[in-house]
Ligand binder design. Structure first.
Ligand code: C2E
Ligand code: MG
Ligand code: MG
Ligand code: MG
Length: 281
């Protein structure tokens, strides 16, 4: 206790804090290497239209299997990449992988868009729209084949520049989805300022909507709000058939979640897609 007091007085770090900073530093160094090393790859998670379970797109989710064959979850390294200036590289890397996947899938007769998650800080950079489009052009992928997801919380933080970018992206044919909608403390007023194509209802509401009526009402409100504003509405984190049916009844357009399919490698998408088609028939 005395040491702790002394350390605080002199602005020194606690041993545990120091270890944490070192851990973060090590992880950051490893991430830098990983990006050049193909330790980073993507999983694709299907999005389906609820009415008939037809595939309408995929979300690209970043994965990191390190040199020791351990999977490091995105919740660990995405925030770190955001604070250490690596996020632009990471998101661009994922965008390129997503473009490649679009082309692969097209060859297999699957023509749906893939969405990529873009960090708010990245989204607010002056050259974001230009760089993003250049990337698509270089990959020879049409603008309607790649969509962007930005979380509501991060979008609000950069709203001043974002409103303008959303207009530009929309004019270019790139759809933007507001991810984790309802999870933050944002006000609704910003929605009239921006041009987004989709609202994605945060998983926490889907998780609780069968237990608590309030959460169900919030989900219904988000669906109605999205439709009023001419946006399509998708639910994330659907884990059961009864959640699926409830959302369908409520008029939700699309869904994503373990009940429909887990995020998976491109190879497995082809097999999944075949069996999903059989379900549809
Ligand atoms: P998100 O964009 O909201 O992605 C949805 C997360 O929910 C994913 O976690 C997905 O694997 C998980 N999920 C999907 N269906 C279910 C379900 O039915 N039940 C449960 N419990 N979870 C489900 P993941 O892959 O761990 O990604 C976490 C977050 O990391 C993402 O949340 C996103 O914000 C961020 N992220 C992932 N990839 C990227 C990326 O390439 N760039 C950036 N900037 N962020 C990324
Ligand atoms: Mg997302
Ligand atoms: Mg989400
Ligand atoms: Mg989420």
């Amino acid at each position: 206790e005395q040491t702790k007091h002394r350390n605080m007085e002199f602005g020194l770090f606690e041993a545990s804090e120091l270890a944490e900073i070192q851990d973060r530093y090590e992880l950051m160094k490893k991430l830098r290497v990983a990006l050049n090393n193909e330790e980073i790859f993507i999983h694709l998670q299907p999005k389906v239209r609820l009415q008939d379970r037809q595939l309408v797109g995929f979300e690209a989710l970043v994965r990191w299997r390190d040199a020791n064959d351990r999977m490091i979850p995105p919740d660990h390294f995405v925030p770190l990449a955001e604070t250490s200036g690596l996020i632009d590289k990471l998101d661009e890397y994922v965008a390129v992988r997503a473009c490649e996947a679009v082309k692969h899938l097209r060859q297999a007769g699957i023509e749906v868009p893939i969405s990529v998650n873009i960090a708010g800080s990245e989204f607010s950079r002056a050259d974001f729209v230009t760089r993003f489009c250049e990337c698509l052009q270089q990959q020879q992928v049409a603008t309607h084949s790649i969509e962007i997801e930005v979380t509501e919380t991060q979008l609000i933080e950069v709203l001043r520049s974002a409103a303008d970018y959303l207009d530009k992206l929309s004019a270019l044919g790139i759809r933007v989805s507001i991810d984790d909608f309802g999870a933050g403390y944002s006000s609704l007023s910003y929605l009239s300022l921006i041009k987004a194509a989709e609202l994605k209802i945060d998983r926490q509401f889907i998780m609780r909507m069968e237990q608590t009526d309030q959460d169900k009402q919030i989900v219904q409100m988000i669906i109605n709000l999205g439709h009023l504003l001419n946006m399509s509405v998708i639910a994330e984190g659907i884990e059961t058939e009864s959640q699926y049916q409830m959302l369908l009844q409520m008029g939700c357009d699309a869904g994503q979640g373990y009940h429909i399919a887990r995020p998976m490698l491109l190879e497995d998408v082809l097999t999944w897609s075949e069996s999903n088609q059989e379900i549809n028939i």
